[in-house]
Design a protein around this ligand. Structure first.
Ligand SMILES: NC(=O)C1=CN([C@@H]2O[C@H](COP(=O)(O)OP(=O)(O)OC[C@H]3O[C@@H](n4cnc5c(N)ncnc54)[C@H](OP(=O)(O)O)[C@@H]3O)[C@@H](O)[C@H]2O)[C@@H](O)CC1
Ligand SMILES: Nc1ncnc2c1ncn2[C@@H]1O[C@H](COP(=O)(O)OP(=O)(O)O)[C@@H](O)[C@H]1O
Ligand SMILES: [K+]
Length: 474
């Protein structure tokens, strides 16, 4: 089945997958030169619009990334835009040599740092295999400092494509990064993604790769059906604990994004009575075993404010044996291990600290990229995992991966994780699909943060979740 182009263009490829995709296009009758022409012209057009007649300096390396640079320079020259090429090394691939021959403009060798308005980095792309030598690092840094804007083509030079790891210190900050053909892991992985500025993608006709991670796109939410009622829309039970404020934050968010009924299930009526009530939130106090046996429950959330004592552990064991789709967050993740088998579709939402605890509990090595670690945990725990952070990743037990674009750094405040757990649980109560609920929750969280602007509280974030959903209604 052919996929819509925006789905194909949301895939995130490794260097090996990108090479295979390019080989497939070449096997289909295109030459590398023709692909370079499409990629270079596409990037060149972004640069031309950005430069708007101002001077452009293109730094070209020896490989095909450098080849793209000559195509970009030719495109700019043809449109009358002043352009200079700095050839850091002589072109070494057939396609790059060809592109060099076709460029008839000004080429210098980089011994003198030229200044100008827009600097285009085509030194290395996905073929970078080791740290930049001192002379090339000094050249990239010098040229970036001598121009008003820095644009990286495919990847900023010095960044490893598959891990997002910087191979050199002190790499320049980019204003724009133009990915060619497909997103690479580095475009959405910390720390590299924070250094790339605005991200753009040039389509060169790459087709969909099996099982490639994809970028989280805006979901489409439906209004409740005409015959909806509160139970049919989904009853979410949020198990409260030693710190009820955390579960109130989860509930505040959950109430706004789909579930028709959100109930706070509290084991201790005295503590429950201390919490400022929300008029729309029903709080029931009693034995947790009884409260979670309500057959109308469509989803459960356990963890925010739970505590880590024996009572908390008993509540965890009760909830996971109940057989209702469940979100486990915060303290619940510190108590979970292979001795507590998950009986229902489950979503785990660890931050780095909770992830490390889960890796210890499940005897997993804590090495490799965050993506590999999240995949390993999802497989081992047989759950969907949301590995939180500036670059959150969602992985399900079958290995499907969705990567979230970097969200507002104002989210780095206490309580925003409780809000996320509430959002995910609410969506889970609506339809019961773990990967979908996790993705919708992460998207709503990032969008609510965007709507809040700078300096918000986690309660304000939860309040904004309804507006985030309203903006993405089908
Ligand atoms: N293929 C296609 O169809 C299309 C590809 N496209 C473009 O190709 C780019 C990938 O091209 P690429 O594979 O030639 O790699 P690239 O990043 O230019 O550099 C590799 C060269 O650099 C060298 N080298 C590596 N590290 C080094 C270091 N630290 N210091 C010094 N040298 C170093 C390495 O040499 P070696 O490691 O063998 O010594 C090799 O010579 C991709 O990002 C996109 O822009 C588009 O045009 C679309 C069509
Ligand atoms: N620097 C950051 N940039 C973007 N998002 C962040 C950043 N720091 C944290 N977040 C997000 O904020 C939330 C914090 O959750 P968590 O660490 O569980 O906090 P808490 O336990 O205090 O609620 C997560 O969704 C995480 O992805
Ligand atoms: K580059």
């Amino acid at each position: 089945m052919t996929q819509p182009r925006d789905v194909t263009l949301s895939q995130i490829l490794t260097v090996a997958q990108m090479r295979a995709a390019e080989d497939e296009l070449v096997a289909g009758g295109l030459s590398v030169e023709a692909l370079m022409e499409v990629a270079g012209r596409g990037a060149g057009e972004y640069v031309r619009r950005l430069a708007a007649g101002r001077s452009v300096t293109v730094l070209c390396g020896p490989g095909n990334n450098g080849g793209d640079g000559y195509v970009i320079a030719r495109h700019l020259m043809e449109h009358g835009n002043p352009v200079t090429v700095v050839a850091a090394r002589e072109p070494a691939t057939a396609a790059a040599i060809n592109a060099r021959h076709l460029f008839e403009g000004n080429v210098t060798d980089g011994h003198v740092i030229v200044s100008g308005d827009v600097f285009v980095d085509c030194l290395f792309g996905s073929g970078l295999s080791r740290a930049l030598p001192e002379d090339l690092l000094a050249l990239v840094k010098g040229l970036s400092a001598a121009h008003h804007l820095t644009v990286a083509v495919d990847l900023p030079s010095g960044i490893e494509s598959d891990s997002g790891a910087p191979l050199n210190h002190d790499l320049p900050q980019n204003d724009v990064t133009i990915a060619l053909g497909a997103w690479k892991q580095a475009h959405w992985t910390m720390p590299a993604c924070a250094n790339m500025g605005v991200l753009r993608l040039v389509d060169i006709g790459v087709t969909l790769r099996q099982n490639a991670p994809r970028l989280l796109l805006r979901p489409r939410f439906q209004a409740p059906a005409p015959d909806a009622h509160k139970y049919r829309r989904g009853l979410l039970g949020i198990v409260s604990g030693a710190m009820p404020g955390a579960s109130i934050l989860s509930a505040t968010a959950a109430l706004r994004v789909g579930a028709g009924y959100v109930k706070l299930l509290h084991p201790d009526s005295r503590l429950a009575a201390c919490v400022a009530p929300l008029p729309e939130l029903v709080t029931t106090a009693g034995a947790i075993d009884d409260l979670v046996s309500d057959p109308r429950l469509a989803a459960l959330l356990l963890g925010p404010g739970l505590g880590r004592d024996d009572t908390a552990r008993r509540h965890l064991e009760t909830v996971v044996t109940r057989g209702v789709p469940t979100v486990l967050d915060a303290d619940a993740l510190m108590l979970l291990g292979p001795d507590i088998p998950l009986k229902a579709p489950t979503i785990l939402t660890p931050h780095e600290g909770e992830m490390a605890a889960l890796e210890r509990a499940f005897l997993l090595p804590a090495n490799g990229t965050r993506l590999h670690r999240a995949k390993a945990l999802a497989k081992q725990a047989r759950a969907t995992v949301v590995l939180k952070g500036p670059d959150s990743i969602v992985v399900d037990a079958s290995g499907r991966v969705v990567v979230a674009p970097r969200a507002s750094s104002w989210l780095s405040s206490a309580g925003t994780g409780d809000v996320l757990a509430g959002l995910i649980a609410s969506r889970l109560a609506v339809h019961g699909e773990t990967l979908r609920a996790a993705c919708e929750g992460v998207w709503l969280h990032g969008e609510a943060a965007r709507l809040c602007g700078p300096a918000f509280t986690s309660n304000e974030l939860a309040q904004a979740a309804g507006r985030a959903l309203a903006g993405a209604l089908a």
